[in-house]
Design a binder for this molecule. Structure first.
Ligand SMILES: Nc1ncnc2c1ncn2[C@@H]1O[C@H](COP(=O)(O)OP(=O)(O)O)[C@@H](O)[C@H]1O
Ligand SMILES: [Mg+2]
Length: 253
């Protein structure tokens, strides 16, 4: 029997049926697009379900924060977007590509060219200077040394660390290291920056200052940024926040 209230439900509030989701495709501006993502980790006999059918659409040029308590699945989701991990089920398109169908070799090329990662612990190489850390992914990517030098100069200028370029990470403050990590992520001019708690080890004011720099540069360069964060002030700076609880997106604002 059909409900007398059916016509009162706004179209945006109607849940899409499983069938219509299967036929859905990302639009031209949907740089990250996922439907019904499920991730189950199996360790020995124990299974942990980290994602329980997540739908996400992120538009090119957006800055999106992902928030939620520890263990809710934020890193798992980010790692799937960045092709560091594969979903157990569901569909995921990044920059128009169905990344489930790529071979491991194609995935690593995809990551190198399309994605810039920023990790909580910075992942800088301690024996290299700031300049050398920024240069490394570009030289792995096979860019010409004159171009690498020029880009590194520009990036050091953009993060305001030209005068510290010959310092190693342990000679820089946490905030300075984070700025270098951001420049490292931008080296190969990726479409997408994925940051996992990028301000997690910084005091709140430094974290906020750095997020302002990230935001400014991302917008200028037209990058899409997805930032996992615990810090409400960081989330406030995003265009949009997605809240995750126990493997599901529960709200958006
Ligand atoms: N490699 C793994 N093997 C087994 N379980 C994992 C693994 N990675 C994450 N998990 C589990 O999946 C859930 C979600 O983890 P995660 O995505 O890291 O959460 P968050 O980043 O929100 O803290 C947690 O219960 C965590 O213990
Ligand atoms: Mg995490």
């Amino acid at each position: 029997m059909s409900s007398p209230f059916k016509d009162l439900v706004l179209p945006t509030m109607q849940k899409k049926s499983k069938e219509s989701k299967k036929k859905e495709r990302p639009g031209p501006d949907d740089i990250i697009w996922a439907r019904e993502l499920i991730k189950v980790y199996s360790t020995g006999s124990l299974e942990v379900t980290a994602l329980r059918g997540v739908d996400v659409t992120i538009k090119k040029g957006e800055i999106v924060a992902i928030v939620g308590p520890s263990g809710c699945g934020k890193t798992t989701l980010l790692n799937i977007f960045g092709a560091l991990d594969r979903p157990t089920a569901g569909r995921v398109y990044v920059d128009g590509k169905d990344i489930r169908n790529l071979t491991d070799k194609e995935l690593s090329e995809f990551r190198r060219k399309k994605i810039g990662f920023i990790f909580q612990n910075f992942n800088l190489i301690n024996t290299l200077t700031a300049r050398e850390n920024i240069e490394l992914p570009m030289s792995i990517n096979g860019l010409k040394s004159s171009i690498i030098k020029e880009r590194t100069d520009d990036l050091l200028k953009a993060i305001g660390l030209q005068d510290r370029q010959d310092h190693r990470p342990d000679q820089l403050s946490g905030g300075e290291q984070q700025r270098v990590a951001f420049a490292v992520a931008l080296g190969n001019d990726p479409e997408i920056i994925l940051a996992d708690e990028p301000t997690g080890e910084l005091d709140s004011d430094t974290g906020k200052d750095i997020m302002n720099i990230f935001r400014e540069l991302s917008k200028q360069m037209g990058k899409t940024e997805v930032i996992v964060t615990h810090d409400a002030r960081v989330a406030d700076m995003a265009d949009r926040s997605l809240k995750i609880l126990d493997g599901n997106i529960v709200s958006e604002d």
